[in-house]
Design a protein around this ligand. Structure first.
Ligand SMILES: [Zn+2]
Length: 388
């Protein structure tokens, strides 16, 4: 299996390249020694590895330095290595089937039980556009997308609602808050599924309907790009608040529920692992062209515990396909795992710009123009829909 550098190493090497004095550079590298080089493929040991505070501090210095830009494309970060990763992690769809269904509950063969007593139907999904992801994203025709109707992926959210202590003596309060959260997400058609503090799974918006969960958002798989994921992706929310650090902002009951719910949905709709992502990974703000407008699950989503690859390592298509940027606020909100994807996206931008013989800023401007064309086409289609 091919190994690639972890982000701190990447940035340390880049930073070292900027130090002109050779003695200073050597001291700097010695001080930074010992920071690991785990595989791009996720592993338990990587997730549990705690980076030395020094490494994180240096990384932040690099990332927060105004005008700091990578100056070269690193070996091992070619598109070839990405293909290797996706080939090595071929999808296996767990065999899960519906065991029983009443008007109130569904039960599945993997232990999943869905509570249907609080569903809030919304507008039907019908068709949504996807854009072919060829070698040249700039060649996409905004007016000629392909149309699909089945859910293509999952976006994971947090409700950011009030949190009672998770102890038996707080049981009444936990239940009261849980009920209130169901009421709010029902009213707003916020998600397709809600997982409460006890790991109970509630279907809110039926899977055949659109939920208002993702807003302006972008993701892609190996073949197509998705823009605005309310229609194309299902939304699953954990009743929790974001916590900093590498501990997941969810308890074991919630993680287990998310795992068996994800298994069922992936099997039912043949959703690839690579399309199971967090809101922070897909959210964008077209007004300032920055990623991470929403930052839920920005850094500590338990991908592996939920039976998925660590998709934080994937380069965000918002950056490499549509020229979005990120700022220090987003970096602060995310964890180290997501920085790896950001570095990959930056490198892809540079490679693509170099292949066309233009600067990164010129290339970014072309990509942004393409994104605006797609947004305009989506708005025109929505208006035409409303009038028909
Ligand atoms: Zn969200």
């Amino acid at each position: 299996m091919q190994t690639v550098p972890l982000i701190p190493r990447i940035f340390i090497e880049r930073k070292a390249g900027q130090i002109i004095d050779p003695v200073e550079r050597l001291r700097y590298l010695q001080r930074s020694a010992g920071i690991g080089r785990p595989r791009l493929q996720p592993s338990i040991s990587w997730r549990k590895r705690r980076l030395p505070a020094l490494g994180i501090g240096l990384l932040l210095v690099c990332l927060l330095t105004p005008g700091y830009k990578a100056s070269h494309v690193r070996p091992g970060f070619s598109l070839g290595s990405l293909a290797h990763v996706s080939a090595a992690s071929a999808d296996v769809f767990p065999d899960v089937w519906l065991v029983d269904k009443t008007s109130d509950f569904e039960t599945y063969s993997n232990g999943l039980r869905i509570d249907d007593r609080f569903t809030a139907p919304n507008q039907k999904r019908l068709f949504y556009p996807v854009y072919q992801r060829g070698a040249a994203v700039v060649d996409i025709d905004a007016d000629q997308p392909e149309w699909r109707s089945e859910p293509a992926g999952i976006v994971y959210h947090t409700t950011e609602s009030d949190q009672a202590r998770f102890t038996a003596d707080e049981n009444a309060r936990l239940k009261r808050i849980g009920k209130a959260v169901i009421g709010v997400v029902q009213q707003n058609h916020s998600y397709h599924f809600l997982i409460d503090r006890f790991g109970q799974v509630f279907r809110i918006v039926p899977e055949g309907d659109v939920a208002n969960h993702a807003g302006y958002s972008i993701w892609s798989d190996n073949s197509v790009i998705f823009v605005n994921l309310n229609s194309s992706f299902l939304g699953i929310a954990f009743e929790t608040q974001t916590q900093q650090g590498d501990q997941p902002s969810a308890n074991p009951a919630q993680v287990h529920a998310a795992r068996i719910l994800t298994e069922m949905l992936r099997n039912k709709y043949r959703i690839p692992q690579s399309n199971c992502v967090t809101h922070a990974q897909v959210s964008v703000n077209p007004d300032n062209m920055l990623v991470g407008y929403h930052t839920d699950w920005a850094g500590n989503f338990p991908f592996l515990e939920i039976g998925l690859n660590d998709n934080y390592a994937a380069p965000p298509p918002s950056i490499f396909a549509f020229g979005f940027d990120y700022d220090p606020v987003f970096i602060h909100a995310t964890g180290v795992r997501l920085w790896q994807g950001l570095a990959l996206a930056e490198d892809q931008m540079q490679t693509q710009a170099a292949a066309r013989g233009i600067s990164v800023s010129q290339y970014r401007a072309i990509l942004r123009k393409k994104y605006k064309e797609i947004l305009a086409a989506l708005k025109a289609a929505a208006t035409a829909n409303e009038q028909s």
